[in-house]
Design a protein around this ligand. Structure first.
Ligand code: NAD
Length: 496
C-alpha cells in the first residue's frame, strides 16, 4: 500500500475543548520506524500546561457528574461509530508511527472499539446494591460515585488500545480525564481526540497533554488528580505507583513482562508452532503479552526447535503498510541497538543463536529499525537474560525434563503478565491453570489478551495495584463507594 506521509505537524495539546499550541521549549521528533522519516514534532509540555489541563477538567466535573449515565454514554455510542468509520485511517497512523503491520494496527483498534462498547454498559455496571430493614425501619444502600479528575499515562506499543483501557470507563462513570500518551507515538491519540471532539462531549471532560516526565510528575503531584492509571516499563510503573501513593492517590500501574510458554510433547506441534511464532514475533515482539521464553518439555525440544526456526525464518519483514508484510520494525534505532546487544549477551551467557536477526537490511527501507526474528537456543534458565525483558523479536528456548521443572522457571521469573501452555492433556492444562504464577493464562493460546469485559490482569513486577484496567475492575477503580443508612419510619427501637 503506498501512503503519502502525513504533512509535518507540530502537535498541539487538547485542553478545555480547544487545540492549543504548547509553549514547550523542547520538542521531540516523531519518526516512522520503517522509513526513518520525520512525521511530526511533539512538545514536551511543562508542569504549568499539565496544571492547566487539571483545572479545565476540574471545572467540567460538577456538571459532568450530574449528567445522567444514560446521557454520558451517548458520546461513546457516537465515538464507536466514528472509530468504525475511520478504522483504516487510524490504522495507517498507528502503522506509520509505531511500525506494526496494518493488520495488527486494525486488530488493536478492534479492541479499542470493544472497550468503548463495554463502557456503554455503565448504567447497569455502575449500579450499587441495597437492603431494606437492616434494622427495623432502617434501610442501607451502597452507591458508586465518580472520583473527579483522573489521569492516564500510556506506552508506545499500543497507541490506540491502551489509552482506551481507561478513557471510556473513566468518563462514563462521571469522571473527567487527562491523557498523557507516549511521546514516541502521539499521532494516534491526536487523531482519536479529533473524533472525540465530534461526539458532543462537553469541554474539559477529556484532555490530552503531550510530553514526558515533567507532565507525569505534575499529574502525580497535583492535589486535584484523584487517580492515576499507568502502563509502561516496570521501573517507571514502580516509580509512578510509589509517588501516586505518597500523594494519597489511587493508582493502577502495569509494568513490563517476560512471558513463558511451556510446550509439552503431546501438543499439536503444527498449531503450537504457528501460534507461538505469531506471539513471539507479532508486533516485532513489542507486546507485553508476547511469548519471550519457550520451555520445551521432553521430546518436544527437538521437534519444536526445528519447526519454530523454520516458521520464524519464513516471516516477511518490512514496512507494515506493504502488502504481505508479517512483521514490522522496532520502535527506535536505540531500541534496535539494545535488542541486538541483548542477543549478544544471550550468546555470552551460553545460548546458541539458532536464527540471527541482527544487522538486517530491508531493501527500500535502509533507514528502518529492523531486527529480524531471532531464536536463542538453550539459554541457561538461570542466566540474567532469562529474566530480562528484551521487547523485541527474540524468542529464547529453554529445556525442562517435565512440567514440574518447567513451572519452577515460571515461579522464579520476576514478572507475571502471561503464561501459556500447549498440550492436549486436560489434566496438565488444569494443573497449569491452577499453579502458573501469572495473571493472564493461555491454554493453547499464544497471546492471552483478555476481552474488554474481563480485567487485563498481571501479577508480580508486571502490575502494582489492586484493580486492573477494563471490565468491572475499571468501574471499581473509577468510582468510590458510599454507604447510606436511612431511617424514615417513625418508630424507634434499640432492639436489633
Ligand atoms: P516507558 O516506561 O518508557 O514509558 C511509558 C510512559 O511513561 C510514557 O508515557 C513515558 O512518557 C512515561 N515515562 C517514561 N519514563 C518516565 C519517567 N522516568 N518518569 C515518568 N514518566 C516516564 O514504556 P514504553 O517503552 O513506552 O513501553 C514499553 C513497556 O511497556 C514495556 O516494558 C512493556 O512490557 C510495557 N507494557 C506493559 C503492558 C501491560 O499491560 N503490563 C502493556 C503495554 C506495555
Amino acid at each position: 500500500m503506498t501512503v503519502a506521509a502525513p504533512p509535518l505537524t507540530k502537535l498541539p495539546n487538547y485542553i478545555d475543548g480547544r487545540w492549543t499550541e504548547s509553549s514547550a521549549t523542547d520538542w521531540l521528533d516523531v519518526t516512522n520506524p520503517a522509513t526513518g522519516e520525520l512525521i511530526a514534532k511533539v512538545p514536551l509540555s511543562d508542569a504549568a500546561e499539565a496544571a492547566g489541563a487539571v483545572e479545565a477538567a476540574a471545572a467540567a466535573y460538577p456538571e459532568w457528574r450530574r449528567t445522567p449515565p444514560e446521557d454520558r454514554i451517548q458520546p461513546l455510542f457516537k465515538l464507536k461509530q466514528l472509530l468504525e468509520d475511520h478504522i483504516d485511517e487510524a490504522g495507517r497512523i498507528i502503522t506509520q508511527e509505531n511500525g506494526k503491520t496494518f493488520a495488527e494496527a486494525k486488530g488493536e483498534l478492534r479492541r479499542t472499539i470493544e472497550n468503548v462498547e463495554v463502557a456503554c454498559g455503565i448504567p447497569m455496571m455502575m449500579q450499587g446494591y441495597n437492603l431494606e430493614d437492616v434494622a427495623r425501619g432502617i434501610d442501607e444502600t451502597m452507591i458508586r460515585q465518580p472520583l473527579g479528575v483522573v489521569a492516564a499515562i500510556t506506552p508506545f506499543n499500543f497507541p490506540g488500545m491502551v489509552p482506551f483501557w481507561f478513557l471510556p470507563y473513566a468518563i462514563a462513570c462521571g469522571n473527567v480525564f487527562i491523557l498523557k500518551p507516549s511521546e514516541r507515538v502521539p499521532l494516534t491519540m491526536r487523531f482519536i481526540f479529533e473524533l472525540l471532539e465530534q461526539t458532543g462531549l462537553p469541554k474539559g471532560v477529556v484532555n490530552l497533554v503531550n510530553g514526558g516526565k515533567a507532565v507525569v510528575d505534575a499529574l502525580l503531584d497535583h492535589p486535584k488528580v484523584r487517580a492515576i492509571s499507568f502502563v509502561g516499563s516496570t521501573p517507571v510503573a514502580k516509580y509512578v505507583y510509589a509517588r501516586a501513593g505518597a500523594n494519597g492517590k489511587r493508582a493502577q500501574c502495569q509494568g513490563g513482562a517476560k512471558n513463558h510458554v511451556i510446550v509439552l510433547p503431546d501438543a499439536d506441534m503444527q498449531m503450537a508452532t504457528q501460534i507461538i511464532s505469531d506471539s513471539a514475533f507479532g508486533c516485532a515482539g513489542q507486546r507485553c503479552l508476547a511469548v519471550s521464553v519457550a520451555v520445551t518439555v521432553g521430546e518436544a525440544q527437538k521437534t519444536f526447535r526445528d519447526s519454530i526456526a523454520d516458521a520464524a525464518s519464513k516471516l516477511r519483514v518490512g514496512n507494515g503498510l506493504d502488502e504481505g508484510v508479517q512483521m514490522g520494525p522496532v520502535i527506535t534505532p536505540q531500541s534496535k541497538l539494545r535488542i541486538e546487544s541483548l542477543i549478544g549477551v544471550g550468546e555470552k551467557q551460553g545460548a546458541k543463536v539458532l536464527l540471527d536477526g541482527r544487522n538486517s537490511r530491508i531493501s527500500k527501507y535502509e533507514s528502518g529499525n529492523f531486527v529480524k526474528p531471532t531464536i536463542l537456543d538453550n539459554l541457561p534458565a538461570t542466566s540474567e537474560l532469562a529474566d530480562t525483558e528484551i521487547f523485541g523479536p527474540v524468542l529464547s528456548l529453554i529445556h525442562a525434563d517435565g512440567l514440574d521443572e518447567a513451572l519452577v522457571f515460571l515461579e522464579r521469573s520476576p514478572y507475571g503478565n502471561q503464561a501459556s501452555l500447549f498440550t492436549s492433556s486436560g489434566a496438565a492444562a488444569r494443573r497449569f491453570r491452577y499453579e502458573a504464577p501469572a495473571g493472564n493464562i493461555g491454554i493453547n493460546i499464544g497471546v492471552a489478551a483478555p476481552m474488554a469485559y474481563f480485567p487485563f490482569s498481571g501479577w508480580k513486577d508486571s502490575f502494582f495495584g489492586v484493580l486492573h484496567g477494563q471490565g468491572r475492575d475499571a468501574i471499581e477503580f473509577y468510582t468510590e463507594k458510599k454507604v447510606v443508612i436511612e431511617r424514615w419510619a417513625k418508630d424507634h427501637s434499640r432492639k436489633f
